[in-house]
Design a protein around this ligand. Structure first.
Ligand SMILES: Nc1ncnc2c1ncn2[C@@H]1O[C@H](COP(=O)(O)OP(=O)(O)OP(=O)(O)O)[C@@H](O)[C@H]1O
Ligand SMILES: [Zn+2]
Length: 466
């Protein structure tokens, strides 16, 4: 059996991966807060952990891996978007608007991540379906002296858990000095964090022993992972931005509520997708959405999901990376070549050992791609690329359509339009526009000029004679 090695953030070492139960290898990934479209950075963990999921399924068998990725559908940012809609005159109760917003966002998320070739996890729990489990966990923590209720809140008593800080390698005192901890009069210690908080009538809330309220973010993952994977499981993943405080708090809650278990054994963190050296994030405003990239935006043409995936996989998940148009161009050229080579070919029964070996070496995806370049047999290329979620039929045959070069036609159309301005005879312009539209070309006219973009029904054969 292939020995997988993974860099464990807990020990800061690359270790042999030994599952608790090879019959059921269990992995949890922190999923999105569903208030808006995912940006490109949010897609990086999805692609990285999808590759790990594929590798685990390959090594242990597809029926012996359980992958859970949650949806955080209770959050102040979701409430704020729903409230803004209500204030803008949307109909329905705030609760209906919140539900509509989270449903819509989950739909977008699925469509976007499917387009990147990510397999759906085995479970995608929504936090609002696990409130009872969260309340039970909080009660246990209070009973054991790890948490206390105060003014409608419940707080985790950080000093009650000696190992706190082990994951991020910092002491509690260092953390207080470095972090923006919220000081509140009802806290025993500024480090203590919220497990439960009160909701006013305007906000979604659930009845609890501490009054009507809602859970804190960290307890959501602890409760959902416990319910679906148990007190001890194998791998916990997420972006490095979640290591502190989110993951540190998950560990504290889970290990204190379930001392019989060890919570996650291997912690994996992906580094950030950056824009000019800074994390792409909603709060910095330096983001573009996955959908923008897929569909095209600001005059740029759309990029196939497979190309986006390939670009991600060329950088090791532990390294920060930038998105560049040049990387996308090169990835597209490689994929077009490989897709032409493997079109209509049945994948070989197994993947090339060098590709598996690279992936088993702490997900060396760049090494696996380098190995793909060396494969001459198209059948083996196809089965090996599938380990990375590439060259699969499920991605559609986007590369089958010839690259459309519409710039010559755009120039011609612009010249016709120029001319019509003088002659006041717009019939030739209209005729050409109709022909372009009939060929599935989107015609955009502005003061700056004419732009022709191939639409979803683009058929280049219909352009002949233009
Ligand atoms: N720039 C990035 N690069 C890689 N992963 C990221 C980046 N930004 C967020 N993530 C990851 O995306 C996942 C979903 O996170 P979440 O929904 O909490 O993001 P968010 O709060 O919407 O993003 P932001 O950080 O932009 O506010 C997490 O695993 C997080 O680590
Ligand atoms: Zn989490």
């Amino acid at each position: 059996m292939t020995q997988i090695r993974l860099r464990n953030s807990l020990t800061r070492k690359v270790e042999d991966f030994q599952p608790i139960d090879p019959e059921n290898v269990r992995m949890y990934l922190c999923g999105p807060t569903v208030y808006d479209r995912a940006h490109l950075g949010n897609a990086r963990p999805v692609v990285v952990f999808d590759v790990l999921y594929r590798l685990l399924r390959h090594v242990y068998g597809p029926d012996h891996v359980t992958y859970v990725r949650n949806f955080t559908d209770v959050d102040d940012k979701i409430n704020a978007t729903a409230l803004a809609r209500k204030e803008a005159g949307a109909e329905g109760s705030l609760e209906d608007l919140i539900r509509a917003r989270t449903e819509e966002t989950i739909g977008w998320y699925h469509a976007d991540m499917d387009a990147l070739g990510a397999l759906r996890p085995d479970h995608e729990p929504r936090a609002t379906d696990y409130i009872g489990a969260m309340i039970a966990m909080i009660e246990q923590l209070i009973a054991d002296g790890h948490a206390y209720a105060a003014e409608g809140h419940v707080l985790f008593r950080v000093r009650s858990y000696k190992e706190y800080g082990a994951l991020s390698g910092r002491t509690v005192d260092d953390m207080i000095a470095g972090a923006r901890v919220e000081v509140a009069p009802f806290k025993e210690d500024p480090m203590d964090f919220v497990l439960w908080k009160p909701s006013d009538d305007e906000l979604p809330g659930w009845e609890s022993p501490w009054g009507r309220g809602r859970p804190g973010w960290h307890i959501e993952c602890s409760a959902m992972s416990y319910e679906l994977l148990g007190a001890s499981f194998d791998i916990h993943g997420g972006g490095i931005d979640l290591q502190f405080p989110h993951h540190e708090n998950e560990i504290a809650q889970s290990c204190c509520a379930h001392p019989e278990g060890s919570f996650a054994r291997y912690w994996l963190h992906n580094e950030m997708l950056q824009v000019e050296g800074k994390k792409m994030s909603k709060s910095l405003g330096n983001f573009f959405t996955v959908r923008d990239l897929l569909d095209g935006h600001d005059g740029e043409k759309g990029i196939p999901g497979e190309v986006i995936r390939f670009v991600f996989l060329q950088t090791h998940y532990t390294k920060p990376m930038d998105w560049t148009a040049e990387k996308a161009r090169q990835a597209e050229a490689t994929l077009r070549k490989w897709r032409a080579l493997t079109a209509g070919i049945e994948p070989a029964p197994s993947a090339a050992p060098e590709v598996i070996a690279a992936l088993a070496d702490d997900l060396n995806t760049a090494g696996a791609i380098a190995a793909l370049h060396q494969i001459a047999d198209p059948a083996v290329l196809k089965s090996s690329a599938a380990m990375l979620g590439l060259l699969e039929d499920a991605m559609g045959d986007w590369a089958a359509a010839p690259e459309a070069d519409l710039s010559g036609l755009a120039d011609k159309f612009a010249a016709l339009r120029e001319n019509a301005m003088q002659t006041k005879d717009f019939a030739p312009v209209d005729a050409m526009k109709q022909a372009l539209v009939a060929a599935g070309v989107e015609v955009r006219m502005s003061k700056a000029g004419v732009e022709l973009l191939p639409g979803p029904d683009f058929d280049p054969t219909k352009l002949e004679g233009l």
